[in-house]
Write a protein that binds this ligand. Structure first.
Ligand SMILES: Cc1cc2nc3c(=O)[nH]c(=O)nc-3n(C[C@H](O)[C@H](O)[C@H](O)COP(=O)(O)OP(=O)(O)OC[C@H]3O[C@@H](n4cnc5c(N)ncnc54)[C@H](O)[C@@H]3O)c2cc1C
Length: 524
């Protein structure tokens, strides 16, 4: 670990007009800022944090938790920290590089950064700060597993250069020596749920790496100014299947069998095995939103009238089979004499459950069709958010009322039953979509009144308690932010003692509480 003293240069002057930074994608009302600073270098960031009293570091402000909405802070926008350099299987990026730009740069060398969230406009720094995850987390993990190093500016301006493996906790304690003195961080005795996604307060594990403390810390422990990510070779070939399914129970069974088949393929390295990177899903109400908005007609995608769930499956094929007669494999999948291949095995699995006839598969060469399937999936949150915004025009007390729950996959069916019971029991209009391959869903209320918002929050808190009891996490990938319901879910997960212990970590690194005040923890 390298440390550098705070910059002695003058901090860039704040621009007084911060009007374009007052909202993030959660659309929290009442955002206000004391100005905005757009540093061009690490030195600039250090000078800002040496001087400023209250700072909120922001990326693309695509946060769904209000964590990137300022409330009286100076906004530190990372948009000008845009350096990027690719070196073999690593990429080093400034915090302000959009993830799409990371993918575009890596594609030139046949590589990619797999754990990206669905929204590729998010910045690298924001993705690290929230420990973002995405559709392909099932195969590739979250952003955390891909971070090799971070450059952090602490409150007060000290700069830390961290590489994974260099600084681990000893007996639950980190001692960080900086020019401004030693900072001792004591890790609490907290056990995180054993699920692949948990953007739920600080990462805590007995002999953890210091890099992991900053990943997912939502701007509360320091400004992430640079990150070094591992990268992976682009898959040789990717098929995307659009699979309408007549019931939610069957969709869960199918997702379970596809997951099991993929895990088996990774274990045995069978080149003919089914290799799944992601399974996304949208439920019946989400399908109705798509139909009401005419998205299926616009994209010319056939949605059978009996579809209760649509699964979107990303199937990776090995280099040896990519491009070789995939059409004929598809056509002959049901024939007894068909070649044994990943695609044929996939089709047969769907056929055993009677869903192959309604399935459409975009082969690797048909990227436009694969993009259309993804667009249909993305039209669901867009359509629901539009309905919330319309309802809000009639009643400003209405707001987005959404959850982000994950359970171990073998409890997924049970969680969905509980979810349906809790929201239907309150007569709420509910759309559910998400990353079914991770057991991660986003139940969203389509509110008709402020009363629905209140009832929706109660249902989310009750569902959160059930999810925790199932060994899951009620805060999977979006983080906690300023959302009071999410902050309450964090308290349900770790209890008041756990939250107090996490607050102590913040105080050891940011004793004046100058960074992201009110994010993760309610203001004291
Ligand atoms: C359409 C849509 C789809 C989405 N899909 C997904 C998804 O699939 N998976 C997922 O995980 N999320 C998803 N999100 C949420 C969001 O995109 C992610 O949380 C993303 O990682 C936020 O990045 P950002 O650059 O926009 O950060 P911001 O929203 O600007 O900030 C988020 C938080 O991180 C802090 N922060 C930002 N940059 C830094 C930095 N450099 N240093 C320290 N702190 C910082 C902020 O203070 C804030 O608390 C989605 C959002 C939208 C709008």
């Amino acid at each position: 670990m390298n440390t550098r003293a705070p910059s002695t240069s003058a901090a860039p002057a704040p621009e007084p007009d911060a009007s374009s930074f007052l909202e993030d994608a959660a659309h929290y009302p009442g955002g206000n800022a004391a100005g905005v600073i757009r540093p061009r270098s690490i030195d600039d960031v250090s000078a800002c944090l040496r001087e400023a009293r209250r700072v909120l570091v922001v990326g693309a402000q695509s946060s769904l938790t209000g964590g990137a909405t300022p409330f009286g802070d100076i906004v530190l926008s990372t948009e000008r920290l845009t350096s990027i350099s690719v070196d073999s299987d690593r990429v080093r990026v400034g915090a302000g590089v959009p993830l799409q730009a990371v993918q575009d740069e890596l594609a030139k060398t046949g590589r990619w950064f797999p754990p990206v969230p669905t929204y590729l406009g998010a910045f690298a720094g924001g993705a690290v700060a929230t420990c973002a995850a995405g559709a392909a987390t099932f195969k590739y993990g979250t952003v955390r597993e891909w971070v090799e190093g971070l450059t952090i500016v602490l409150a007060g301006g000290d700069v830390l250069e961290l590489s994974r493996g260099e600084c681990r906790a000893t007996d639950g304690v980190f001692t960080i020596s900086t020019a401004s003195g030693d900072r001792t961080v004591t890790l609490p005795d907290v056990r995180m749920p054993d699920v692949p996604k948990r953007s739920a307060g600080y990462f805590i594990a007995p002999d953890m790496d210091l890099v992991d403390l900053f990943i997912g810390s939502e701007g509360t422990l320091g400004a992430i100014v640079e990150a070094t990510f591992r990268t992976a070779p682009l898959p040789a070939a990717l098929c995307r299947a659009f699979v309408p399914v007549p019931s939610e129970d069957l969709a869960i069974v199918l997702a379970g069998e596809l997951r099991a088949a993929a895990i088996d393929t990774w274990r045995t390295r069978d080149p003919r095995g089914i290799d799944i990177a992601a399974i996304e899903h949208v439920d019946a109400r989400s399908i109705a939103v798509i139909r009401e908005d005419g998205v299926d007609r616009r994209l010319d995608i056939a949605l059978p009238s009996g579809a209760a769930v649509v699964l979107l499956v990303d199937l990776e094929l090995p280099a040896t089979v990519a491009g070789q007669g995939l059409w004929s494999e598809l056509e002959s999948a049901r024939d007894a004499g068909a070649a044994d291949s990943p695609l044929v095995r996939f089709c047969r699995l769907l056929d055993r459950h009677g869903v192959l006839d309604d399935t459409e598969i975009a082969l690797p060469a048909d990227r436009a069709r694969a993009a259309a399937f993804a667009e249909l999936r993305e039209a669901v949150p867009a359509g629901v958010n539009r309905r919330v915004a319309q309802a809000k025009q009639a009643d400003p007390a209405i707001s987005k009322t959404a959850a982000d729950m994950i359970v171990p996959f073998d409890r997924f069916a049970e969680m969905m039953r509980e979810c349906r019971r809790l929201f239907a029991g309150r007569d709420l209009d509910l759309a559910v979509w998400g990353h079914i391959s991770d057991g991660n869903v986003h139940p969203n209320v389509i509110p008709r009144s402020a009363g629905d918002v209140a009832k929706g929050r109660d249902a989310i808190l009750e569902l959160g308690a059930a999810v925790i009891a199932m060994g899951g996490c009620p805060l999977a990938e979006h983080g906690v932010g300023r959302n009071p319901t999410k902050q309450q879910l964090l308290r349900q997960l770790y209890g008041s003692a756990g939250i107090d212990a996490m607050r102590k970590i913040k105080l050891s690194l940011d004793p004046n509480g100058s960074l992201a005040s009110g994010v993760i923890f309610p203001p004291e």
